[in-house]
Design a protein around this ligand. Structure first.
Ligand SMILES: Nc1ncnc2c1ncn2[C@@H]1O[C@H](COP(=O)(O)OP(=O)(O)OP(=O)(O)O)[C@@H](O)[C@H]1O
Length: 286
């Protein structure tokens, strides 16, 4: 299969600047079709900018962006793509029923039964006005409107941030079912990995507008180890590279060494990996 058929979203060397701020600074990655990718980065890492460019709300200064084989532009969101922005944009004066009707009128692929079920699962009355909804309920309605489009690719900017634990579990289940049943490609951003690790099978860590690390979660766990001991770790890691050191503990990418006196090499968890890559400021290590 060619790259364009396996990749739902591609960015190549994308730059975006706001005044003096480099929001994206040579960002390159592929999102494979059917994958669920956790887009993780600190505040201001460029996650929302990346999504806004992918849906055509913002234009990159340079670089190439392809979504479902097309270049996004300002003429409107590309068919097959749905996006829920961080502030969960909905028409404040509309009722929930009006929002679903709006979804129906503006989307040829609209699945009203599904969208209505998602709203009623969240126990949100169709008659409620958007402006009276809690942030968590607004997030659920925004997600229902996005999923009602029956998208091939769904971009969600901090979808779980406003939700209570029960709502969070319900949304996680909905997204996983949608992905399993329809093969929907999902990219969800967060600055807390534990929020999205349950759903995702791939990880993309953004730092200072660049991809710091990307890959399948299982491969990333296999590729790294935690080394602890006293002395210079560089003599132990061989061809591996030290991603980050904290006191006598080092996160290393590379083959795990056989037992060396005075040193312990252990498997890391995902939080160890994410924190190390978010902490270190070295150039792209992906
Ligand atoms: N419209 C804008 N005007 C000026 N600066 C902006 C604008 N949008 C984003 N930025 C800046 O670009 C950088 C990246 O912002 P972005 O919102 O993409 O980060 P983020 O990773 O989504 O952050 P957060 O996790 O806090 O939501 C930040 O320094 C931000 O202040």
């Amino acid at each position: 299969m060619s790259e364009s058929t396996t990749s739902a979203l591609t960015m190549r060397d994308v730059y975006k600047r706001f005044g003096r701020t480099e929001a994206l600074n040579g960002c390159s990655f592929d999102v494979q079709r059917g994958s669920i990718t956790a887009l993780v980065g600190a505040n201001g890492a460029g996650k929302s900018t990346l999504m806004s460019i992918a849906v055509g709300l913002l234009e990159a200064d340079s670089g190439e962006v392809t979504v479902l084989g097309r270049r996004p532009d300002r003429r409107g969101i590309c068919p097959g793509l749905a996006y829920v922005a961080q502030h969960k944009p909905l028409y404040r004066g509309f009722s929930v029923a009006d929002m679903l009707l709006f979804g129906e009128k503006t989307n040829p692929t609209w699945d009203g039964e599904y969208a209505t079920r998602l709203v009623s699962d969240a126990q949100i009355p169709l008659s409620a006005r958007v402006k009276t909804l809690s942030p968590g309920h607004r997030a659920r309605v925004a997600l229902a409107v996005a999923l009602g489009r029956r998208p091939d690719v769904l971009l969600l900017d901090e979808p779980l941030a406003e939700l209570d634990p029960v709502a969070r579990r319900s949304v996680v289940r909905t997204l996983m079912e949608d992905a399993a049943e329809r093969g929907t490609t999902i990219v969800l951003s967060s600055h807390v990995l534990s929020e999205v690790a349950e759903i995702a099978d791939r990880l993309l860590i953004l730092g200072a507008g660049r991809v710091r690390l990307s890959g399948a979660l299982d491969d990333l766990l296999d590729d790294h180890y935690l080394l602890s001991g006293s002395g210079d770790p560089r003599s132990i890691v061989g061809t591996g590279s030290i991603v980050e050191s904290y006191q006598r503990s080092h996160l290393v990418r590379g083959p795990r060494p056989a037992g060396v006196d005075g040193w312990r090499a252990e498997p890391p968890n995902l939080d160890d990996i994410v924190l190390a890559y978010l902490t270190t400021t070295d150039e792209e290590a992906a």
